[in-house]
Design a binder for this molecule. Structure first.
Ligand code: HEC
Ligand code: HEC
Length: 382
């Protein structure tokens, strides 16, 4: 299900709109070069070439990625309408809509229904993107769902919600039981969102509207996806182990060169002029806690390889992805909420066969004790 993708993807923040601006300016020609640096950096240049038909071996002017995706959606919806008319049950269910890279295409914004259902989907999307704002009581750090599930949960290879939705209910070894989707989301609140340090001191209670809104958003994103299938681009990729293994000291160099620009030398992220946290923290009191999936070096390596640096997926070597993951996960972060006794007990019980520094020595010190917010932090907006 997890296959790395070599082509470029759009950056959730700027590229969608950049691409549209570029399309509008296409007639204007030279104006485009003003975007030069940004465009080349983020890989949009390649897309623009395709769009403008510049690629030498493109036989016919290729559709833009957006246009190809819209077409895939339209074809699926048309096939669905055909099937509805079929009285004898002879027309097969439509195939899943896929884009130029072979990944599932979730519904376009224009497909969002009106009425109470659409309202709930929009609320779920808002919670997903601006979690500290719309689920404030239950968020104990500065994270938002969409910071690890990119493009508002649409992006392949960043555990997209359309691939998750069709997999639940599902057995998970982490808690040794069948998990509903609500329970799975609850897990991300407990660990990735560090709910223990939130106003409520815990994740939203069972049946809370926050789950309902998030789940209907996910259901909507999965429209046209096959239930029970392990979908291409679902989850995070697995990066092959390297002969050198992983090393946080080597990772410090990778980090300085490729990550510090956005996430800060101190890993605490960066705010924009308005004070909104634009680039999320990677360690420290405002980051995911020691129990989070991202605190495992292999999981982080897979996320990083396919998604970081932002806008340059698959640009790091496997070795650099492993080392960068080791580096960010060699720093203190909030405590594992499951730890009640000693770190060693918790390490043996919850982190035994994990690729993680939890309870291990880094720079002469056992890490895993956790760092807490020093003062109650007002939820960052945005
Ligand atoms: C710090 C990063 C991070 C944040 C923030 C985060 N998640 Fe996750 N999420 C993960 C990781 C990592 C996994 C996969 C865990 C694993 O491999 O065990 C995951 C898995 C999931 C899954 C299951 C995916 C699948 O394919 O089975 C769902 C659903 C999910 N997250 C929802 C959410 C929601 C909703 C939020 C916000 C309330 C959220 N996540 C916040 C990192 C994060
Ligand atoms: C161009 C800016 C940029 C660069 C460079 C960059 N990131 Fe990120 N990173 C982001 C943004 C922005 C997000 C949140 C995703 C979103 O909002 O779309 C993110 C999310 C993350 C996350 C998950 C969220 C969290 O805070 O835990 C991790 C882990 C991460 N980046 C690691 C790295 C690593 C390692 C590198 C270097 C190899 C790197 N990033 C380089 C911008 C950047």
């Amino acid at each position: 299900m997890n296959d790395p993708k070599k082509t470029t993807t759009k950056s959730p923040y700027t590229l969608g709109s950049t691409a549209r601006r570029m399309a509008a300016a296409a007639g204007g020609g030279l104006v485009l070069f003003a975007f030069g640096a940004l465009v080349v950096q983020t890989g949009a240049w390649q897309r623009f070439q395709t769009m403008a038909g510049f690629t030498p071996d493109t036989p016919a002017p290729a559709l833009t990625r957006e246009a190809a995706e819209a077409k895939a959606r339209q074809e699926m919806l048309a096939a669905r309408a055909e099937r509805k008319k079929d009285k004898e049950g002879k027309v097969a269910a439509p195939l899943q809509p896929t884009g130029p890279d072979g990944y599932f295409v979730p519904p376009l914004e224009s497909e969002m229904p009106d009425g109470p259902e659409g309202d709930a989907i929009r609320r779920g999307r808002d919670i997903f993107i601006h979690t500290p704002q719309y689920a404030q009581r239950y968020v104990g750090n500065s994270m938002a769902c969409a910071q690890c599930h990119l493009d508002a949960g649409r992006r392949e290879n960043s555990a997209p919600m359309w691939a998750a939705y069709v997999q639940y209910p599902k057995y998970r070894a982490k808690n040794n039981k069948v998990n509903t989707l609500e329970e799975r989301i609850n897990g991300c609140f407990n660990y990735s969102m560090n709910a223990q340090a939130s106003e409520a001191g815990k994740a939203p209670p069972p049946g809370d509207d926050i789950y309902k809104d998030l789940m209907i958003y996910m259901y909507w994103l999965a429209d046209g996806a096959p239930t029970g299938e392990q979908m291409r681009g679902g989850g995070y990729i697995k990066v092959k182990e390297t002969p050198q293994g992983y090393d946080h000291a080597r990772g410090a160099k990778v980090y300085a060169q490729n990550c510090a620009l956005c996430h800060g030398d101190d890993g605490q992220g960066r705010k924009d002029e308005s004070g909104k946290l634009r680039f999320p923290p990677l360690w420290g009191p405002e980051a995911y806690n020691w129990g989070a999936g991202m605190a495992r070096i292999d999981t982080a390596a897979g996320f990083i390889k396919a998604n970081m640096p932002l806008g340059k997926p698959h640009s790091l070597s496997d070795q650099d992805a492993w080392d960068a993951a080791a580096y960010i996960n060699s720093h203190e972060r909030p405590k594992d909420p499951r730890q009640t006794g000693t770190i060693e007990e918790a390490r043996v019980r919850f982190h035994k066969d994990e690729k993680s520094y939890y309870g291990k020595e880094v720079g002469g010190k056992i890490i895993g004790a956790g760092v807490a917010r020093t003062s109650p932090v007002a939820a960052p907006k945005g």
